[in-house]
Write a protein that binds this ligand. Structure first.
Ligand code: FAD
Length: 294
């Protein structure tokens, strides 16, 4: 199924992200995650590609996407980065994805390596998106966006100008980088609309349930921490159980507010944590049912 149809027919789409483990010998973890998630009311599941620079992950993405579709009957969204890839590499991956029935791709540039400049057949995700559409119109292409501005862009206005190029290249929906402050998302959504971008934007939400996650997540994506959230972290940081509960409640509150403010989608960064994904999904299920009149 083309994921675009989900956005055409639903007011608010609910999706999740899983990732292949970094090491080959722990690959079972993601299979256990998917087994644990079975039966949850999720519209599609995305699978990351080589995030964190892992080669093992790259080879597993298509396999896991195929499993999501065949074993669990859920539509997969397969991430694909283009840093360091040749056109031939991408054509081979497209053939592989089509052969296993994966139609939806999240086209990404990927992070530039810390040292050296990789060969760049594709400078930006927009080039990859255009190439996928040109190579085989079978594919539906999605893209990423950054409410707090991508680190390489001069400012948010420039980043949104570039985002428009990605959408003009054929991207049918956008998923945001995670954020903890809904007001930042609403301001971004308004700016994006003013720039003439009309595709649905789905909000990336990551529940923070462990102290170690806080520094790692902020260092990785630069999301700002609103005072309300900082207070929760500092208040409960000595009690893992309390922090887990506070983090879950904060994410549920974020989603409740987003759905009430007509967000087109919520994308849960599960971190392969079944308990967290189950809790959030069950706590918010009635909201999605209500707006989608199910
Ligand atoms: P781009 O859209 O190419 O943007 C990168 C920079 O280039 C921005 O500053 C932008 O303003 C600028 N730019 C974009 N297009 C143009 C243009 N046409 N002309 C001039 N400038 C332009 N990484 C992984 O390795 N694997 C994953 O699976 C993965 N999944 C992700 C999922 C989501 C939802 C998000 C938000 C990020 C994900 N990432 C992943 C991280 C992502 O690869 C990095 O953030 C990367 O640095 C940028 O990728 P992009 O596709 O957003 O790049």
């Amino acid at each position: 199924m083309n994921i675009k149809e989900l956005f055409d027919h639903k007011k608010t789409v609910y999706s999740m992200e899983v990732f292949p483990p970094k090491k080959a010998d722990s690959v079972d973890a993601v299979y256990n995650t998917l087994y644990g998630l079975r039966g949850l009311p999720v519209d599609f599941i995305s699978v990351t590609y080589g995030a964190g620079g892992s080669e093992v992950q790259k080879h597993k993405t298509a396999e896991i996407a195929s499993l999501i579709k065949k074993e669990y009957g859920i539509e997969p969204l397969s991430h694909l980065t283009c840093v360091g890839s040749t056109k031939e590499d991408i054509v081979d991956t497209l053939k592989e994805l089509k052969a296993i029935g994966v139609q939806n791709i999240l086209a990404l540039r990927g992070d530039m390596p810390a040292e050296g400049t990789p060969s760049m057949a594709f400078a930006h995700a927009s080039d990859l998106a255009a190439f996928i559409k040109e190579t085989d119109p079978y594919f539906n292409v999605a893209g990423a966006c950054y409410p707090e501005c991508h680190v390489d862009a001069k400012d948010l206005d420039e980043d949104i100008e570039n985002l428009k190029k990605k959408v003009d290249a054929g991207v049918t929906h956008l998923t945001t980088q995670l954020f903890f402050d809904n007001d930042i998302f609403y301001a971004f959504r308004e700016k994006v609309e003013k720039a003439g971008i009309t595709v649905p934007i789905t909000a990336g939400i990551m529940p923070i349930v462990k102290r170690t996650q806080v520094e790692r997540t902020v260092a990785m994506c630069g999301a700002s921490i609103p005072a309300k959230f900082a207070r929760l972290i500092s208040k409960y940081s000595e009690s893992p159980e309390a922090l887990n509960q506070a983090g879950l409640s904060y994410a549920v509150d974020q989603i409740t507010d987003l759905v009430a403010n007509d967000v087109r989608g919520v994308h849960l960064y599960t971190m392969n944590n079944v308990e967290t994904a189950k809790y959030i999904t069950q706590a918010t299920e009635s909201l999605f049912k209500s707006v989608n009149k199910l």
